[in-house]
Ligand binder design. Structure first.
Ligand SMILES: [Fe+2]
Length: 355
């Protein structure tokens, strides 16, 4: 495929730089005001239900005995390794057919096209969330309120998204946001620049709120809100918006796919080459991360965090009984992805200029 042409976008096209006086009459108004928004019905209900079925089938076909109708099989020994926060990013899951199908859903990618005012986008190779209620075999999912953005870089930089796939009401866990606090982010970090008890992090693109920071948010009138959604709804949030997730306290599991896109015009050729390497590393099914934690952080990996430019190109080891899970092969169970032209452009590879 020839190198794709990139429509240059200027800073004036960026949603938050147009000012709050501009009204769109859709989810973008909520996003600007509140720092988050729900795009209703981004995926039609019948297709959302189909993705849930495919996700359950993926878990059942893993070969460890999980059965969707048998709660006794909701345990580590019957499933792939899933963190207490519901994250699962190994096993080729970020490149399963259903994961790519969700990323390419017109209502999902279309929402990001509206925000960034371009169709030249790249997408993250991020995790899928399977959170089952009442799990006693995992450590508790403690709140970790944070922003996914370097506190020293102010302004809107990234829009995060997740596609919600099961009914997700007040008791069903999921995303908790601090409504409107994105607007106070710059002021907050000016005041907290030298806080003595800053939470350590492996990446500059993350900030964790301490008790003092949380008190500041509360003192300044910002309230936390559980975002509720129906199957097929897309939840969006500004990376400056403080957030975390909770596990279900009711009986309904939470299934979601993380989908984040950035304009190609905002990423470098170096970023795109790193992305290509991540995408193509699937060709080697034995290229699993080392069980040596420090080494594993340095290997090229096929998944990314939410940053579509693969700025955080790491993969954490998936430990089963203390060693890297031998089942963590990197080729998706559905095989290497056969992408549509739209999907392939979203990898970023067609935008790489030939030397
Ligand atoms: Fe986050």
């Amino acid at each position: 495929m020839a190198t794709a042409t990139i429509t240059e976008i200027g800073a004036s096209c960026k949603l938050f730089l147009k000012g709050e006086d501009v009204k769109y009459g859709d989810f973008r108004d909520d996003l600007i005001r509140d720092g988050f928004a729900v795009v209703k019905g981004a995926i039609p209900r019948d297709r959302a239900d189909k993705y849930v079925d495919q996700m359950y089938t993926w878990l059942e076909d893993f070969g460890l005995g999980f059965k969707r109708d048998d709660p006794s099989t909701v345990r580590n020994e019957h499933m792939p390794i899933i963190s207490e926060k519901g994250m699962c990013a190994g096993y080729g899951l970020p490149h399963e057919k259903f994961t790519w199908d969700i990323r390419c859903e017109p209502g999902v990618v279309g929402a990001f096209e509206k925000v960034y005012e371009t169709s030249d986008l790249i997408v993250s190779f991020d995790a899928v969330n399977f959170t089952f209620p009442n799990r006693t075999d995992l450590k508790p999912n403690s709140p970790w309120p944070h922003q996914d953005q370097d506190p020293e870089k102010s302004g809107f930089r990234c829009l995060q998204g997740l596609v919600n796939l099961l009914p997700n009401g007040p008791e069903d866990g999921g995303l908790i946001v601090c409504k409107g606090a994105h607007q106070a982010s710059q002021e907050f970090h000016r005041l907290f620049k030298n806080e003595p008890d800053r939470i350590k992090t492996w990446t500059k693109e993350w900030y964790g709120f301490t008790k003092t920071g949380l008190k500041w948010l509360d003192d300044n009138g910002f309230k936390w809100e559980k975002v509720c959604a129906e199957p097929g709804d897309l939840i969006l949030w500004d990376s400056r918006t403080p957030h975390y997730n909770l596990s279900p306290s009711g009986q309904t599991p939470r299934f979601a796919a993380y989908t984040c896109y950035l304009p190609v015009a905002e990423v470098s050729q170096e970023d795109l080459l790193r992305k290509k390497k991540a995408f193509e590393s699937m060709d080697n099914p034995y290229c699993i991360c080392s069980s040596q934690f420090t080494d594993s952080l340095l290997l090229d990996c096929q998944s990314t965090t939410h940053w579509p430019n693969a700025v955080q190109d790491i993969t954490m080891p998936l430990l089963r009984d203390g060693v890297e899970d031998p089942l963590n092969f990197r080729v998706p169970k559905s095989g290497p992805p056969q992408l549509s032209e739209r999907g392939y452009k979203l990898t970023g590879i067609p935008y790489i200029k030939s030397a």
